[in-house]
Design a protein around this ligand. Structure first.
Ligand code: ATP
Ligand code: MG
Length: 249
């Protein structure tokens, strides 16, 4: 890979003419109908749209958890739709962090162990992986949670640990599907602040949300309807359109 192709202007995520058809024949559902989207380093993009508009489908395909019917998904210069399984698995562990609505922490592991696990699976020594996990928690002012189990943390704390797990190591793409769904709005804001901070630090983020107040943390809002992008708005518009929230950053 040449150095120029890894310049800051290169998108971390590129979706090109993405389609996804679920089922076939009479039960066919066109979940995505030709989506184009680039997400650059430092950028947080919110995806909004009605239930069933294709938001989760878009995110799972972007994260390599589902495959498109046609189109391309390029993550850090690798086309994950044509990559072999080993390459895809490595890319998912190293470059892509996924945050689910229900946290998805492993109940039998502490916060630090949850964060260290994907790194250990990737061949990092247990000691180094733990050190990285502690550092990731401390960077997010969550160091005091390192040895707690998920059921010893609040929902908001679990979700922030899940974000730390999604971003540990060199992962530069974080995909979050309704990460604030189960949280009260104040705790949701703290989760969003964390996501925003990591994007400001150079990661690229895609956030699916129903909440305009959370979408207002994004640089851009993409609106989906019936599997297509129907509108896009940049941050200054998004502020006035969505919440009236003024730029605070
Ligand atoms: N595995 C599947 N099999 C069949 N149809 C599916 C499958 N997954 C999703 N769909 C359909 O694809 C469309 C898009 O679903 P998707 O889950 O992406 O919507 P969404 O925007 O995330 O909705 P929500 O806001 O309710 O989470 C819907 O019509 C849904 O019923
Ligand atoms: Mg969904």
């Amino acid at each position: 890979m040449s150095s120029s192709s890894r310049s800051p202007q290169q998108p971390v995520l590129q979706l090109q003419q993405l389609t996804r058809v679920h089922g076939s024949g009479a039960t066919e559902v066109h979940a995505l109908r030709g989506i184009d989207l680039d997400v650059f380093p430092g950028e947080l993009v919110a995806v909004m749209g009605p239930s069933g508009s294709g938001k989760s489908t878009l995110l799972t395909i972007a994260g390599g958890l589902d495959v498109p019917s046609s189109g391309r998904v390029i993550v850090e210069n690798t086309d994950i739709t044509t990559a072999d399984r080993k390459t895809l698995a490595a890319l998912r562990r190293r470059s892509i962090g996924y945050v689910f609505q229900d946290y998805n922490l492993i109940p039998a592991l502490t916060a630090a162990e949850n964060i260290a696990l994907p790194r250990e699976l990737d061949g990092t020594s247990a000691r180094k992986a733990r050190r990285e996990a502690i550092t990731a928690l401390e960077e997010m002012s969550l160091g005091h949670l390192a040895d707690r189990f998920p059921d010893e943390m609040s929902g908001g704390q679990q979700q922030r640990v899940a974000i730390a797990r999604a971003l540990v190591g060199d992962r530069r793409l974080v995909l979050a599907d309704e990460p604030t769904g189960a949280l009260d709005s104040e705790t949701g804001e703290s989760v969003l602040a964390l996501l925003r901070a990591r994007c400001d630090g150079g990661a690229a983020g895609v956030l699916v949300t129903h909440e305009p107040r959370f979408a207002a943390w994004a640089d851009r809002v993409v609106f989906l309807r019936d599997g297509a992008v129907v509108d896009q708005t940049v941050r200054s518009d998004a502020d006035s359109l969505l919440t009236g929230r003024t730029a605070e950053r």
